[in-house]
Ligand binder design. Sequence first.
Ligand SMILES: [Mg+2]
Length: 268
Amino acid sequence: MDGVLWRGETPLPGLGRFFQTLRAADYRFILATNNATRTAAMYHDRLRRFGVEVPAEQILTSAEATAHYLRRELPPGASVYAVGARGLQEALEAVGFTLVSPGADGGGSLPPVAAVVVGLAPEAGYRQLATAASLIRAGALFVGTNPDLTLPTESGSQPGAGALLAFVQAASGVAPTIIGKPAPPLLEEALRRMDAEPAETLMVGDRLETDIIGAAALGLQTALVLTGVTRAEELPGAPIRPDRVFAGLDELSDYLERPMPAAVPSDE
Ligand SMILES: [Mg+2]
C-alpha cells in the first residue's frame, strides 16, 4: 500500500479512480502489506479518510498472514510468545492463540511455547529479544512477520523487523520462517482469500526486491509503479524485470480499463 496507494500521510494521485476501475470491471483484489504493526481495521480507517471504502477482509497485513500460517502449523489455542506491536498481538489473539508475556521488564522464566513470533516492535528491548532467543533454543518455532531490514519514515531510515530478526537469529542460532514479501506465505494467503490462480493475478508493487521478486517467484504477473521505492533508473541493471511498469495509479487504471482479449472465440 505504501508507495502504491499513498506516501506517508498523502494519498497518491488517481487513488479514487483506481478503486472505481477495479469495481467497474469486477476485479477481485486484496491490499497486502508487510507492515505488521497496524491492524486491517486501521488501514480501513485510513482509506476511508482518503475517500475510499475497502472492507477490512480485503486488507491483509503480514501480522494476519502470520496468524493464519501458524493456525495451520500449531494446535488450536497454542501458546505463542510475540515480540511486536498491536497489529501483531491482535492478529494472533483473533485466531485463538494464547499470548505469553514476560512482563514489562522482559525478565522472569517462561513455560515453553509453541512458537515465537518477531515483528517490528518499537518498544522491544534486550530482555524481550533475549527471552525470544531462549524460547527458540528450547524448541519453539521461530517465525518472522517480514524481512525488511529498514523502513522509511519521515525522519529517515529506521531499523525494521528484519533487524530484530537478525538479532534473535544470531542469539538463537536458528533462522526464522519469514511470512512477508518476498517470501511466499503472505502472497499465498492473498491468493487463497481471492480464490485466484497465480497466473491470472497481477501483483502491483513499488519495490522490486520484495513485491516484484516475491510475486514473480510464485508465478504471478507483475506491475511496478514508480511512485515508491524503486526508481526507473534502477531497472536496466536489475536482476528481474517486472512484466509492466507504470508511472502511477492513473496509468495502471488506463491499463486495467483497456478492452480485454476475448475470453471466448468471437464470430469474426
Ligand atoms: Mg510498498
